[in-house]
Write a new protein. Structure first.
Length: 164
């Protein structure tokens, strides 16, 4: 894991980032998006975030995952950040997600956010939920059948937050 760094993305990373993001969208178990992004759409999407960073294996130069960070809301609630994480399926179980979450927390603090909130963590995403809880996130409750899986069935979602 020591050969993995988290850094702000570069334009040269967009194709790999889109591939990883789209893989998660296709799986239909974590992101609310239903449609994959083209490289052009991905470039626009990732550049519109407050922060977008990648996890890179510095030995191979391969992009293993990414996160996006942005306000969860506007105005009087704009001190709350929201983030999403995507790890390539071949790199899961290697603690890439942990590096991404910790990095996003630091960026959120640097940008002056006071809370980081996840709106829709799917209940069966136990690896993510265990990671968030281990890092000090608190579950806000459960929204019954708040997420439609790719097979058309519904599953509960569990919002999480951490004070920064």
């Amino acid at each position: 894991m020591s050969n993995i760094i988290v850094r702000k993305y570069k334009d040269a990373d967009i194709s790999a980032m889109a591939e990883i993001w789209n893989e998660v969208v296709r799986e239909g178990k974590a992101f609310p998006q239903e449609n994959e992004m083209s490289k052009y759409e991905a470039k626009e999407f990732f550049s519109s975030q407050d922060v977008c960073s990648v996890a890179e294996d510095i030995e191979s130069g391969k992009i293993l995952g990414l996160f996006i960070l942005h306000p969860n809301n506007v105005g009087r609630c704009s001190h709350i950040a929201n983030a999403s994480y995507a790890v390539a399926s071949f790199a899961r179980g290697e603690h890439i997600g942990e590096k991404l979450v910790l990095s996003s927390i630091e960026f959120a603090r640097e940008l002056g956010y006071r809370i980081l909130q996840f709106n829709a963590v799917v209940k069966s995403n136990i690896h993510a939920r265990h990671l968030y809880e281990r890092l000090g996130f608190k579950q806000l409750g459960t929204i019954p059948k708040g997420f439609r899986l790719s097979d058309g069935s519904y599953e509960d979602i569990c919002p999480y937050y951490i004070e920064l």
